[in-house]
Design a protein around this ligand. Structure first.
Ligand SMILES: [Fe+2]
Ligand SMILES: [Fe+2]
Length: 290
């Protein structure tokens, strides 16, 4: 592939015009969180101004991914219980996922599944904010959506190549574009100013050795992607289960018994999230308690 062509693709994907920009509310919340005088109520009020987003946020918080023992019925308690960083990443998920759900239902299912496995593993490994790892799992393949929306012709070509040559999607992407969806996802996450905790696991989910600061979270998302593909839940664009990085596997320190328990928990949770959607048309009129 010539360099000029690759540069063109790179530019189109870096300038993503068809994906939503990150809601301004995330930037405002970041500013508010930095100001010690801001109260939880003020933040709750800020979020509730966007009624649809607020309903989605509560729906996501109470979904089976996060598995909080009690129902969280107000924005204030969500902020107190989860912390502003988690709330921010949930807002990001809610905004991005609308597009993913509309674009590709099977990829959406694959991503939901990956989020579930990531959440189970992050909790088992005692990570301090497992919800963030789960969010990274939820949006790890966002680069695929960007390629589909920005370069539809090349996307078709990639799909054909996967089928004709029987190669993985990531190999086909590299062949057609000279880059892959993990790299694209990393740029996107960076351009949306997402926290580093989300950027690295997205950018490194096919090669967790590349991670510097978020090695464990990257290993979790890497492994979750493999597990969920192995379980055949959703569809990620090809039929191949990616190779497991031995380093990531060592980092997770899972015994065969641990793995069995993880799989059992994942299966139960997958059942609970089946058909989960952030679509709120049905309860659009619902009031959002602060
Ligand atoms: Fe991927
Ligand atoms: Fe994936």
């Amino acid at each position: 592939m010539d360099d000029q062509k690759r540069e063109e693709f790179r530019k189109a994907l870096r300038e993503v015009k068809n994906l939503p920009t990150l809601p301004g509310i995330v930037i405002k919340l970041t500013q508010m969180a930095e100001d010690p005088d801001t109260s939880t109520e003020q933040m709750g009020r800020m979020i509730s101004k966007d009624h649809i987003l607020a309903v989605k946020l509560l729906k996501l918080v109470n979904s089976a991914f996060y598995g909080f023992p009690q129902r969280i019925s107000s924005l204030n308690s969500a902020i107190i219980l989860l912390g502003i960083n988690v709330i921010k990443s949930l807002i990001i998920s809610a905004s991005i996922f609308e597009v993913m759900e509309d674009q590709d239902i099977e990829l959406w299912e694959h991503s939901l599944g990956c989020a579930v496995v990531s959440s189970v593993l992050a909790k088992r490994l005692g990570m301090s904010e497992p919800e963030e790892v789960s969010t990274a799992g939820l949006i790890h393949d966002i680069g695929k959506v960007a390629i589909k929306m920005e370069l539809p012709r090349e996307y078709e070509l990639i799909t054909r190549l996967v089928h004709d040559k029987q190669i993985s999607r990531i190999e086909a992407e590299r062949e057609v574009l000279g880059l892959d969806h993990a790299e694209v996802g990393g740029w996107l996450a960076k351009s949306w100013n997402l926290p580093g905790k989300l950027i690295e696991p997205i950018a490194c989910h096919h090669d967790p050795r590349l991670a510097k600061d978020e090695q464990l979270a990257s290993a979790i998302v890497h492994f979750s992607n493999i597990i969920i593909r192995g379980m055949g839940y959703g569809h990620a664009g090809d039929i191949w289960v990616p190779a497991l990085s031995s380093r990531a596997w060592r980092m997770l320190e899972l015994t065969p018994t641990d793995l069995e328990l993880v799989l059992a928990e994942v299966e139960e949770k997958l059942w609970e999230v089946k058909g989960f959607s952030l679509d709120i048309k049905a309860n659009n009129e619902e009031a959002v308690p602060l």
